[in-house]
Ligand binder design. Structure first.
Ligand code: ADP
Length: 487
């Protein structure tokens, strides 16, 4: 942008529209996962910084504040402006995202486009949130107010840093909330950049605050803060339980959780095999498998099983693994040492437990956290690779015979985030869609995530929904007002 005044300080915390040092003065380092090199030191926020951010957010939430008196239409326009400026800065943001996260550059651009769409979708909602008048049939006139829930704490993971920021900010801002976001410690850079952009487009002081830091310190301070009204979290089921507990024990703040998954993608033998192989491949290997709704359990009907396995292995072997800035790279590095070891360990468990390795199965060099796209066949439901969330580029292909059998096996998991089915038979598709325990069911496609559609989990994949009109409800309190009439 010409004459831009935008100032981003990657080594500071963003509170009250100002970049400041952490109270403790401590820092942590963010790394490039493609070469394990340090990118920069980041100010490490903890409880003291979260307290300051919450104070700023609380002040910005006061009824007489600029934010609350702005008017819903103007609030919507401001969100649109934020979406537009993110779009203007998308090349810089995509570079930064790929540097910090390791995902292929084209994927970073796609994430940013999706983030812009999510913000614009919710911008349109800002002045369409309203209550009802209620015919109580007595001497009272009653109506409801739909009010913003208040100060929202947001804890997000590293797999889609910009996209998930937008998923949290869009509905919170449309509803009129103020907020404190903690990006993942692995990927704090783009949130700080976007915070600076929000100041540039005119968000009032304190509406948006970004506090980088670790989970058990800064994240826990958000979940247990007595003056935060709602916490929204995306991450592991394990941490989701901790967040829920901290929320309950502190002030019973509202909680929305989007957690892990072990989603089934079921392929019937009436479906074109080549097309099915491609859909199933994208379902599991997108974002190096670091996707909560990845279709990692590929159930294939027995009639096409052998052909499917052969073609799936060939497709996985052909993917270029390497520098995420090169345009033909399909597979970048995993995020860090922890994930890398966990994924390699689960691959070994697959081999040991008797699954047949059809492709990949190993790391690629030692420069970065690269793992070869891996395909296992002859996978059975009791194997660790069929039960545990791997969060890496590893496809499990399981054989099935009938619809009833595959429904039961699909649901035989603690998770329930997403599911897919590929078939030309509408009755089978309908039966599966009604029976499967999943917040999203994709028929003859996969990963059809869209800001217009609610997204979230059954069972231990989460609590509440994000996106779509339903995604707004988590940011609103309903207040009933009854007025005595003197007629
Ligand atoms: P992942 O397995 O995807 O890394 P995590 O659930 O560990 O997911 O982390 C997601 C987010 O939760 C990150 O921002 C992380 O810092 C945060 N987090 C981790 N542990 C806690 C905790 N005990 N309390 C609050 N937030 C946490």
């Amino acid at each position: 942008m010409a004459n831009s005044t935008i100032e981003v300080k990657f080594n500071q915390i963003f509170i009250n529209n100002t970049f400041v040092n952490s109270v403790s003065g401590k820092t942590f380092t963010t790394f490039n996962p493609a070469n394990k090199q340090k990118i920069t030191d980041i100010s490490e926020g903890d409880k003291a910084d979260v307290d300051l951010a919450v104070k700023a957010a609380r002040k910005a939430f006061k009824l007489e504040s600029k934010w609350r008196t702005m008017g819903a239409t103007a609030r919507g326009h401001l969100i649109t402006k934020l979406a537009d400026i993110i779009n203007v800065h998308k090349v810089a943001l995509a570079n930064l995202e790929t540097l910090d996260n390791g995902k292929p550059y084209e994927d970073s651009l796609t994430d940013i486009n999706n983030a812009v769409s999510a913000l614009k979708y919710y911008a349109g909602f800002a002045d369409k949130i309203h209550g009802k008048t209620i015919p109580t049939n007595d001497l009272n006139f009653a109506y409801t107010l739909t009010q913003p829930v208040g100060v929202v704490g947001q804890v997000i993971p590293w797999n889609y840093p910009i996209l998930l920021l937008a998923w949290k900010w869009g509905p919170a801002l449309a509803a009129g909330c103020t907020m404190v976001l903690k990006p993942a410690e692995q990927t704090p850079l783009t949130a700080l950049y976007i915070a600076a952009l929000s100041k540039e487009v005119g968000f009032p002081d304190g509406v948006i605050n970004v506090v980088p830091g670790y989970g058990p310190t800064a994240g826990a301070a958000i979940a247990s803060h007595p003056d935060i009204n709602k916490v929204t979290f995306t991450g592991s089921t394990e941490v989701g339980k901790i967040i829920m507990e901290q929320a309950a024990k502190s002030n019973m703040k509202r909680v929305t959780l989007e957690l892990g998954g072990k989603s089934p993608l079921v392929v019937f033998d009436d479906f074109n095999v080549d097309e099915a192989v491609k859909i199933a491949h994208d379902a599991v290997f997108s974002n190096m498998g670091q996707c909560c709704c990845a279709g990692t359990r590929t159930f294939v009907q027995e009639g096409i099983y052998d052909e499917f396995v052969e073609k799936a292995a060939k497709l996985a072997s052909e993917m270029k693994v390497g520098n995420p800035f090169e345009s033909d790279t399909k597979v970048g590095p995993l995020i860090d040492e922890t994930q890398y070891s966990k994924v390699l360990n689960l691959i070994e468990s697959g081999k040991l437990q008797g699954a047949k390795l059809e492709a990949g199965g190993s790391k690629v060099g030692d420069v970065g956290y690269f793992v070869r796209p891996t395909v296992f066949s002859n996978v059975t439901d009791d194997m660790r690779i069929a039960k545990e969330e791997i969060f890496g580029p590893v496809q499990q292909i399981l054989k099935f015979k009938t619809i009833d059998e595959v429904i039961e096996r699909s649901n035989n998991t603690e998770y329930g985030l997403a599911a897919g089915i590929l078939t030309k038979n509408i009755d089978i598709a309908l039966k599966f869609s009604e029976s499967v325990d999943a917040g999203s069911v994709w028929v003859n496609c996969y990963l059809a995530v869209n800001p217009l559609c609610p997204f979230g989990g059954f069972k231990q994949s989460g609590q509440g929904r994000e996106m779509g009109e339903d995604g707004l409800s988590g940011y609103l309190e309903i207040k009933t007002v009854s007025i005595k009439k003197h007629l």
